[in-house]
Ligand binder design. Structure first.
Ligand code: FES
Length: 106
């Protein structure tokens, strides 16, 4: 499945992210900038913050309680589509997913 990463300046990058991998891993493995993922995906850094496109928000599993907690610690402002990208696991259903990368993670 393909993910479109939209940088803070509007530049788009389309990347194939294998099923079972997270949106965060897809970014790191393909050199998409702006997702730091300091903790490597274990929900303790909030530096993998993304804004999920409004068309996609309701198609994702809702955030867990732990993700909710971490979402109050993001460097960039939290918005409606705010999610931690290490918690979004790719499936075929998510082909075409669009996420915007915030201006800062720290
Ligand atoms: Fe640290 Fe997602 S990579 S919370």
């Amino acid at each position: 499945p393909e993910v479109t990463y939209v940088a803070a300046d509007g530049t788009e990058r389309k990347v194939q992210v294998p099923e079972g991998r997270s949106v965060m891993q897809g970014a790191i493995q393909n050199g998409v900038r702006g997702i730091d993922a300091d903790c490597g995906g274990v929900l303790s850094c909030a530096t993998c913050h993304v804004y999920v496109d409004p068309d996609w928000v309701d198609r994702l599993e809702p955030p867990s309680e732990d993700e909710e907690d971490m979402l109050s610690n993001t460097a960039a402002e939290r918005r409606d589509g705010s999610r931690l990208s290490c918690q979004i696991e790719m499936t075929e259903d998510l082909d075409g997913l669009r996420v915007q990368i915030p201006e800062t993670q720290s």
